[in-house]
Design a protein around this ligand. Structure first.
Ligand code: SF4
Ligand code: SF4
Ligand code: SF4
Length: 324
């Protein structure tokens, strides 16, 4: 059974006794209700006055970023990383794809009841630039234009967190908070169901509308732990494979190819949608990919670090309905 530990205490111990070279966690961010990555190196963390150490680590609903994306910078080192349930699945996926040896990682699992989405927060507060905002006992206390407002935290949570069935990290070595209640996600996601109820023409119109909003900034790719190619097809210049004009066809090409690469790998952490400056409904298409993997292949991305990846696996009894 995974042991319970205090986050700051276990982090300090792992860094001090040489178990790990690096620890990746969250610290309070510079804007209201945000958190930023905190990277601590053994031997130097907190050693200088004013330098952050393990006591600066936090975990709560502000910690939305998927830190697994940062692991790629520390290949070959022993790393401890704080992960939510969805991050743990991303981590398991990277172990499945042999990007990391599980023995080089100390996983500090943070059971998670949901994280704040900047868009949901702006809707809840009716303001996207509050003067101040703090989180107290599942309520957000904010001041917007000099007026005090209190809203329930649940109103500001990422919509994807509401039906999350992976809140308690599955591959943790230590749990840094008490387990939380899971939801049952055996039912298809509502957004996917709704898309299936549309006619083909309506689905196509929705897709065109979403793609027309995309400015090809690639922020969605940059924050995604599953996007780790040395050179992305979208950046390749000899030959240039993907255009970067405002023709929606360029956005369609980028996203369709990216989704092809994400099939059976996207864990639904929502980092891409939260990072998108244009509010593109990436969740719908990511959810569709996951539903497809689940219903057609009985496969959940990152659910089992020992299993072969979906694309790399083979079953002798596969009906081959999807093979060209
Ligand atoms: S998807 Fe689940 S584990 Fe991930 S942030 Fe939301 S509630 Fe937490
Ligand atoms: S595509 Fe988006 S939701 Fe899926 S793993 Fe990457 S960042 Fe997370
Ligand atoms: S972050 Fe949004 S705007 Fe930027 S490439 Fe991705 S979908 Fe397009």
């Amino acid at each position: 059974m995974t042991e319970r530990a205090d986050l700051r205490t276990i982090a300090a111990k792992l860094l001090a006794d040489g178990t790990v070279d690096v620890l990746i966690g969250w610290q309070p961010g510079s804007s209201p209700l945000s958190a930023a990555p905190l990277i601590l190196h053994a031997g130097s963390a907190g050693s200088e006055p004013g330098q952050a150490g393990p006591e600066a680590l936090v975990f709560d609903a502000r910690c939305a970023m998927n830190l697994v994306n940062l692991l790629h910078k520390f290949k070959g080192k022993k790393v401890a990383i704080v992960v939510k349930g969805c991050d743990a699945r991303a981590l398991a996926g990277l172990v499945q794809e042999r990007q990391f040896d599980r023995n080089d990682l100390v996983v500090l699992g943070a059971p998670c009841a949901g994280v704040i989405s900047p868009r949901a927060l702006a809707r809840a507060l009716n303001s996207d630039s509050p003067d101040s905002a703090t989180l107290k006992n599942d309520r957000i206390h904010a001041v917007c234009g000099g007026v005090e407002t209190v809203v329930p935290l649940s109103d500001a949570l990422d919509p994807g967190c509401r039906r999350c069935a992976m809140r308690n990290p599955q591959i943790a070595d230590w749990l840094v908070a008490d387990p939380v209640a899971q939801t049952d996600a055996s039912e298809p996601a509502e957004n996917v169901e709704e898309a299936w109820r549309m006619t083909r023409a309506e689905r196509w119109r929705k897709f065109r509308q979403e793609m027309a909003r995309c400015i090809l900034c690639h922020a969605c790719r940059q924050v995604c732990p599953a996007c780790y190619c040395g050179e992305c097809f979208a950046d390749q210049s000899r030959p240039r494979l993907a255009g970067r004009t405002d023709d929606p066809a360029d956005a369609m090409f980028f996203h369709l190819l990216r989704w092809t690469h994400l099939a059976g790998r996207c864990t639904g952490c929502g980092a891409c949608e939260r990072a998108c400056p244009m509010g593109v409904d990436l969740r719908l298409y990511n959810d569709f990919l996951r539903e497809f993997a689940r219903t057609e292949y009985g496969y959940e991305a990152g659910a089992d670090a020992q299993a072969p990846p979906l694309i790399g696996g083979f079953k002798p009894d596969d009906p081959n309905r999807f093979t060209l």
